[in-house]
Design a binder for this molecule. Structure first.
Ligand code: SF4
Ligand code: SF4
Length: 328
């Protein structure tokens, strides 16, 4: 554990690119760590395409809680003088004229307040009642640990906020002495940023291809921005052994802890089809043996976390330059 830690250790499994086996690896690591005595909670932080429960074979939830999104604008028609200023100002085209009345489409509205600033009659108000997604909880999966999963309603924005809710729920269920293993979304978008914020260790997953390596470097930049030490797993390694060596040398140069590689193994696909983690379905297949080895390494990192973090903390924080889009 880390001195002064109050909310559990957060381990994020992330990849810049989708389809590299992140959820398979997350499920296996969760099982291995739980069996090694770590008080584990699994969190599926891919709110747009949650599937960790499917890899773990869980489809029935103990609790499904609605997640309410921020705010949306609505117009009090009696106060509206039909000046059209709000429609012109809305940066998201959420306002239209229907039967001569100005109305807000609350599914598009981002609650940015711009319209209320320009309205001369103060006719615009704000409300919060949109169910933007759900928090789904299994208090004890068949592998013995809880699972929290976020699911955003199709078309709703702010999935990053839902991911934060997922993490908070997982930490609350696990308590301060828990280890929350977070299966992040692919890419470097807001869901991934929410997954990384406050994390203690990031396990990056890549394949030995130029596309995956390029995305790996992008996710690594984010880990540096947040000052999180990072480790690396290379999946389907035997598809391109030379490129594995290339990525490994990049990892050494960049203070990324290389945990090992997993060979391509068709048994992984069979296990996914059966909704069982490969280490359970085919415990003696090459991929499972590699996963056990990597799980052992993660367990020893967690047992000496403070020391490991000191060794792999990024030397320089990567600046983050946000793009601010202002209404014209
Ligand atoms: S200006 Fe902002 S708050 Fe107003 S309707 Fe458009 S998105 Fe919603
Ligand atoms: S800015 Fe205000 S008054 Fe003008 S159309 Fe919009 S709601 Fe009506």
């Amino acid at each position: 554990m880390i001195k002064g830690l109050t909310g559990g250790v957060e381990i994020v499994v992330a990849s810049g690119k989708g389809g590299v086996g992140k959820s398979t690896i997350s499920a296996s690591l969760a099982i291995i760590l739980n069996r090694r005595g770590f008080k584990l909670v699994a969190a599926d932080a891919d709110a747009e395409a949650p599937n960790l429960n499917l890899v773990l074979g869980e489809t029935v939830w103990d609790s499904i809680e609605p997640y309410y999104e921020g705010r949306y604008a609505y117009i009090i028609d009696e106060k509206c003088i039909r000046c059209g200023e709000c429609l012109k100002a809305c940066p998201f085209d959420a306002i239209s004229v229907v039967d001569g009345r100005y109305v807000v489409n609350k599914l598009i509205c981002e609650g940015c307040y711009t319209c209320s600033f320009v309205c001369p009659t103060k006719a615009i108000r704000f409300a919060r009642d949109i169910v933007a997604g759900y928090l789904r909880i299994k208090y004890e999966t068949r592998y013995g640990f809880p699972l929290v999963s976020g699911e955003i309603t199709p078309g709703r924005p702010n999935s990053g906020k839902l991911v934060t809710e997922v993490k908070n729920k997982a930490k609350k269920i696990g308590g301060p002495d828990s280890y929350v293993l977070i299966d992040a979304a692919a890419g470097i978008g807001c869901q991934v940023i929410s997954s990384l914020a406050g994390a203690h260790i990031v396990i990056m997953v890549a394949e030995p291809t130029p596309a995956s390596f390029s995305d790996l470097k992008r996710i690594y930049k984010l880990t540096r921005h947040f000052g999180i030490p990072a480790a690396l797993v290379i999946n389907k390694a035997d598809l391109n052994p030379e490129y594995v060596e290339y990525i490994k040398s990049w990892a050494v140069k960049n203070k990324v802890d290389y945990l090992g590689s997993i060979p391509y193994d068709e048994k992984v696909a069979y296990a996914i089809a059966e909704m069982k983690p490969v280490i359970e379905y085919y415990p003696d297949t090459p991929a499972s043996r590699a996963l056990y080895k990597i799980g052992g390494k993660v367990a020893s990192i967690l047992s000496n976390l403070e020391e490991w973090r000191l060794k792999y903390l990024p030397e320089k924080i990567e600046p983050f330059i946000p793009i601010v889009i202002k209404p014209s």
